[in-house]
Design a protein around this ligand. Sequence first.
Ligand code: CMC
Length: 433
Amino acid sequence: MTDKTFSLTNNVTGDSVELPVHQGTMGPDVVDIGTLYRNHGVFTFDPGFVSTGSCESQITYIDGEKGVLLYRGYPIEQLAGKSNFIEVAYLLLYGELPSKTQLSDFSGSITHHTMINETPLRFFNGFHYNAHPMAMVSGVISSMSAFYHDSMKIDDPVHREIFAHRVIAKIPTVAAAAYKHSMGQPFIYPRNDLDYCSNLLNMFFSVPCEPYEINPIAAEAIDLLFILHADHEQNCSTSTVRLAGSSGANPYAAIAAGVSALWGPAHGGANEAVLKMLNEIGSVENIPKFVARAKDKNDPFRLMGFGHRVYKNFDPRATLIRDMCHKVLKGMGGAENAPLFELALALEEVALKDEYFIEKNLYPNVDFYSGIIYRALGIPVSMFTVMFAVARTVGWVAHWLEMISDPQGRIGRPRQLYTGAALRDYVPVSGRD
Ligand code: CMC
């Protein structure tokens, strides 16, 4: 709390309200309206939470005007260049970079929790082979609520930690099982001699009949994408996890709610939508036609992978992913993916020079280039959002842990502006026209 206050005046009664103002470590001042209804009988109205902070958090900071993203204070560029996904996961969960021993213990714990119980593994057989993998993943994660009764007390910090390690360890196994089921191939069990991302690649692409060699560039690319996708403060899916978890629901159910929220094309589903859009555009000559459609108010088409609620300058993640795109296509000989990348670069160039996109501050976001990397690695388009979910599970868990251990935590319960029918009397059917 600061000494500052913010005044609101009721023009009819002339009453004035002094609201307290909070100041975070960084970022704009935050007006505290918590007592507004109790003391003054009014709600605020903010569809889409454009000007509303839903919680206090110490995990991630974004400055959308300057294109800054920090995890626990560390710039994303430094973490992407010097760290790895497991270390970043530790940082997000525990708040500090680990010592050597802490990192080795954490990494060992994650590695030794990667197998999933055989029973949920069999749930996949209940899905049709062409079920969307996000449906399978959210279903199987949710069903984990029915296992692990030994460690589900949400008010016990030890149980919470076991849950955190379990779900982060098992989500790649669940994702790979969804992929294998859709391919009609046998599930591949995790290998404890591999790091997190190499193990994921092995579970996706190895088959029992021949050896599979893990390409180190592929593992490096996944590791980078996972670091960049690991957290993004109060985005739609993370807010969903917090809201679902605020009722005291078990944490697997809360994570499954996050997976479902991530699926939509305005959120994590955008990487899938970008690839579909690039295929639809087809070649550089068609770019002006699609850019014109994106600007046409009467056409619902939008340039997927462009624009962001918070970033109004550039998305620092997009820049890092674009560089990795070059490396993957060069290093893995992905000649067949090069034209798609060229098309994406050309589309970015056209859009960034266009008055409409400049005026509305629309820049490529994290999803614009990630799909091109995933495709070059052989990951099918329908699995792109699942890959996002694997990485974002770390952020969801960090936020769930923060929410559940907040002594001021309450159930999330927004209010509304009611515009339905006013009070009226019931009319029996015989009396209706
Ligand atoms: N193409 C064309 N016009 C756009 C686009 C776009 N991609 N994005 C926003 N606009 C326009 C929009 O029509 C609106 O114009 P006007 O003010 O004239 O009505 C203005 O820009 C502001 O857009 P908005 O929809 O009010 O902004 P928002 O903050 O509610 O939405 C967004 C942000 C990311 C949902 C939106 O930019 C969008 O739909 N982008 C495409 C989907 C996408 O790439 N999503 C991934 C987001 S990043 C990863 C993640 O969150 O998971």
